[in-house]
Design a protein around this ligand. Sequence first.
Ligand code: NAD
Length: 508
Amino acid sequence: MGFAKKEHEFLSAIGLAPENPGGFINGKWKASGPVISTVSPSNNQEIAKVTEVSMEEYEEGLRSCNDAAKTWKSLPAPKRGEIVRQIGDALREKLQHLGKLVSLEMGKILAEGIGEVQEVIDMCDFAVGLSRQLNGSIIPSERPDHMMFEVWNPLGIVGVITAFNFPCAVLGWNACIALVCGNCVVWKGAPTTPLVTIAVTKLIAEVLEKNNLPAAIFTAFCGGAEIGEAIAKDTRIPLVSFTGSSKVGAKVQQIVTERFGKCLLELSGNNALIVMDDADVGLAVRSIFFAAVGTAGQRCTTCRRLYLHESIYQNVLDKLVGLYNQVKIGDPLEEGTLVGPVHTKASRENFEKGISTIKSQGGKILTGGSVIESNGNFVQATIVEIASNASVVKEELFGPVLYVMKFKTLEEAIELNNSVPQGLSSSIFTSKPNTIFKWIGPHGSDCGIVNVNIPTNGAEIGGAFGGEKATGGGREAGSDSWKQYMRRSTCTINYGTELPLAQGINFG
Ligand code: NAD
């Protein structure tokens, strides 16, 4: 049997079929849970069927992964890096097909779909280098003939639960680092992007097989909240990395903390962009446009709040509305499309509900504000003028809706930036050095990502990615994020014949 649509035939080149078992368990594809249809957000038509895993299969997967952890952690870190290098090469070979799949199943435009897979490749490259730099430090001991140092050891298994909007990049941020750090990975992707989960897992599985390594080093499950909760509860998983909404993240954290596991949270954002009176307006307008409209407003780092200095307010707004009126919304796989659909019918309904709440709180729609009648989940890119204290401004509406507000002083703008529960990304447009340093300093933005003269979104993998407050406090990808995927052993060795005690204590 072939795919229902001829244009989906390319999926067979990345190992997908019209019907797919959604569990990669001890080297075998199997699943006996519910059968779901995965659909394209452009028309809500089926792409393929996927069978989700049952709890018995979850258990079998975890058991074999736990066994594989012994082999994987015994391999020297640079050898693990070599495996991750091969994974990067396997992804490179299929970049176009995988990018197209991301675009088809998630709904982001093709350039962004390919960009997302490229991000995983970049993470592989970063992790390969890192595999020779998991360095500990030597610490001066206060005792004679003693040596004190730190050794970094693998944790065992890292559980990775990911969101729909970055169906493979978030796996990459976590898995590339977790693997070189000596951990096995258990991945549960989003229930609405199972084909991406399966296709990426197939590539990783081929690399493990080619190297005669246990396949269970990488275990993957298609499924929903039940599988996610099982990962959160599982004491065999010392670290659970969760990416998703603050609401679900809070639940996951509670469960993981109760069993004294570690949690790495990447949750909701509500990101502001500030334009000062001395800003390069052209640069700001282009940045706002990409940050607010790109990915149909479905990035965690999407700009949702725009604070404009009163002196440039109308000028920026006029330019922005002009751009919004030209934006091409449509099939994300078609050349020239800038904005694809929102991900599901539920996302579209959420947009509609959001617009009616905005109106009930006095928000004035400057452009957009409606769903677009079609079989797909298309909505208009929307700009809303609203009072900065409206409660809706404090929430993350996961779609292309931008709130615009006015301010007079830098202090006021910073206060507004920091006035929401979330703390992921933020950006200021200015040409004044003193404004820049105030913004990045202790009295500035309270977010994890603090940008100047660039959009709130589009982070590079070299930096640590994540946010504060309701965004969860996690940091992933670059810098020293790897330390979260390892266990730190502080070692003190006495190479003398005396037993001096710390703090000069004389014990008898
Ligand atoms: P979601 O919270 O609905 O789901 C995320 C994942 O959690 C999915 O895999 C889902 O199946 C799983 N899940 C659901 N209930 C669960 C439970 N009780 N226990 C364990 N797992 C459970 O989020 P979403 O709608 O897929 O994604 C959008 C959200 O993700 C937005 O809030 C966005 O800001 C956030 N996000 C954050 C980042 C970041 O790095 N901060 C990145 C991407 C997305």
